[in-house]
Design a protein around this ligand. Structure first.
Ligand code: SF4
Length: 481
């Protein structure tokens, strides 16, 4: 027993799970929680990092209560996502009192008051980036002196001032020896590939100002200036990871082209053989030598926010480029055999069905392999909120989705389906996907077969659920008739 620590044993808990069926496509390590667990090193006696997706025995609150009662005096829980929020709160609510229960993460920061209301056993909510806040709490600093903290004091909830964002060099990257699990691609709870995955955060923030985006802000509305770790520290972390596939969690990996090139050089020099996925903007097309080096270093998948096929909408979103610039950029990109995964937003303010339906044709023209469609969605501090709130006929749902009288949930759902079908269900598209994936060494033919089957089953399950939903809807209508 270490006596010089206030807390002897901290549990860092990722509380999301969905039983045997998994949570759909969800196999990423809980990076934010791993940063917090690493920050606690040296500040508590012992740390247990538990990801409930992989600890079925502890999914039962009864077993977790026993584990905590016998071992733990500090519980740190990550509430990062809106999805499953109610379920997670119900789980937390059952944990034993008598030890300090702290929650943090993006959604926790958005829902501070609500969490205190729903979970009477929660003592503290850490708001915003939590690494230094949790260290001060573990060191025993009086709570009233810790910035970034909200806590109970008798019947009141006290909110301390926000914590200024910390320099990135002061934040230690995750210590993977704390992990109890390895991460593999999983669809609905079934491992589909034997290739280990990992995420690495080489920078925080983003210098751009897209109006729909809060990625580069914390949930307190504090804009994170772009700050990057040194190339050496990023490559050290890549080298230390066992994983063969690395996803960079940076908002935009290629902001600083010289730094990105140095990372590629170091990967090549050290002979590291891994494959990488990275978020990028079209501006990287101005650096073909970097693209060539990135491919040689093992970069294979470029994740790109294109957002719209309409100049009017791109302007509204303050995306910082127009369709001509996108076309010019893809003239360069098509010379490099990356897998291009493009994100689009539909249901924008004033956007017509015709403008939305231009997405598949535009995406095919660019030569992207995959598209991802998102409804326009707002968080508390999304800069676009003002425009939505001031536009007659538009409203924001509880989950933050934007709808209008003309484009309600049902109509947008149908449009989404048409965009998706128009883009994907073409033989050439499948061929392009398989060809690039195979040539890039991302998957073998056998792997592709397994992934296709899993995707097909997912689609079937989705369609089945839609059919059930429609039947339920019809029955409900019949009952009320
Ligand atoms: S959408 Fe991407 S490029 Fe735009 S501000 Fe957000 S992170 Fe930056």
């Amino acid at each position: 027993m270490l006596k010089n620590h206030k807390y002897q044993h901290a549990l860092c808990l990722y509380p999301y799970y969905a039983g045997d069926k998994g949570t759909g496509v969800d196999f990423f390590p809980p990076t934010g929680l791993e940063y917090v667990a690493t920050a606690l090193k040296g500040h508590v006696g012992q740390i247990s990092l538990i990801d409930l997706r992989y600890k079925q025995s502890l999914q039962s609150p009864k077993n977790m209560i026993e584990f905590i009662s016998n071992n733990i005096d500090l519980v740190c829980i990550s509430i990062a996502w809106r999805s499953q929020y109610e379920k997670v709160c119900t789980y937390i609510n059952q944990l034993p009192t008598g030890r300090t229960i702290v929650v943090g993460g993006r959604e926790a920061t958005d829902q501070v008051e609500d969490i205190f209301k729903r979970c009477p056993n929660v003592d503290v909510v850490v708001r915003g980036e939590g690494e230094h806040t949790i260290q001060e709490l573990a060191d025993g600093l009086p709570w009233e002196q810790i910035t970034g903290l909200s806590y109970r004091s008798n019947a009141a909830i006290i909110h301390n001032p926000n914590r200024p964002l910390q320099p990135i060099e002061n934040i230690e990257p995750p210590d993977r020896s704390l992990r109890q699990d390895s991460y593999f691609p999983v669809i609905h709870g079934k491992r589909i590939l034997a290739v280990e995955f990992d995420t690495i955060l080489g920078s925080r923030g983003c210098p751009y100002k897209c109006k729909f985006c809060t990625f580069s802000m914390n949930p307190l509305g504090q804009k994170r200036d772009y700050v990057a770790r040194s190339p050496e520290s990023v490559v050290d972390e890549i080298q230390a990871s066992k994983a063969k596939m690395i996803i960079f969690a940076d908002d935009n990996f290629f902001v600083n082209s010289q730094r990105a090139e140095r990372i590629c050089d170091l990967i090549i020099e050290r002979g590291i053989k891994k494959l990488y996925f990275a978020n990028a903007r079209i501006e990287v097309s101005k650096h073909p030598q970097l693209l060539e080096k990135a491919y040689r270093a093992g970069f294979r998948v470029m994740l790109m926010g294109i957002e719209s096929a309409s100049d009017r909408i791109l302007e509204q979103l303050h995306k910082g480029f127009n369709t001509k610039q996108i076309r010019d950029a893809f003239t360069v990109f098509r010379k490099f055999p990356f897998f291009y995964h493009a994100y689009f937003i539909y249901g924008n303010i004033g956007e017509t069905e015709e403008e939305m339906m231009a997405i598949p044709k535009f995406a095919r023209e660019l030569g992207v392999h995959m598209i991802n469609l998102s409804k326009l969605r707002l968080d508390k501090f999304t800069p676009l909120r003002e425009l939505v709130e001031s536009t007659p006929g538009y409203w924001i749902s509880k989950k933050g989705n934007v709808y209008s009288k003309e484009y309600d949930r049902e109509r947008l759902r149908k449009i989404r389906k048409r965009i998706r079908n128009d883009f994907f269900f073409r033989p050439l598209q499948f061929f392009r996907i398989f060809n690039t994936v195979h040539k890039g060494g991302l998957l073998t033919y056998w792997d592709m077969f397994k992934v296709s089957c899993a995707a097909f089953l997912l689609l079937l399950d989705y369609s089945f659920q839609s059919i059930c939903k429609s039947c339920r809807h019809l029955l409900a209508v019949k009952k009320t008739e």
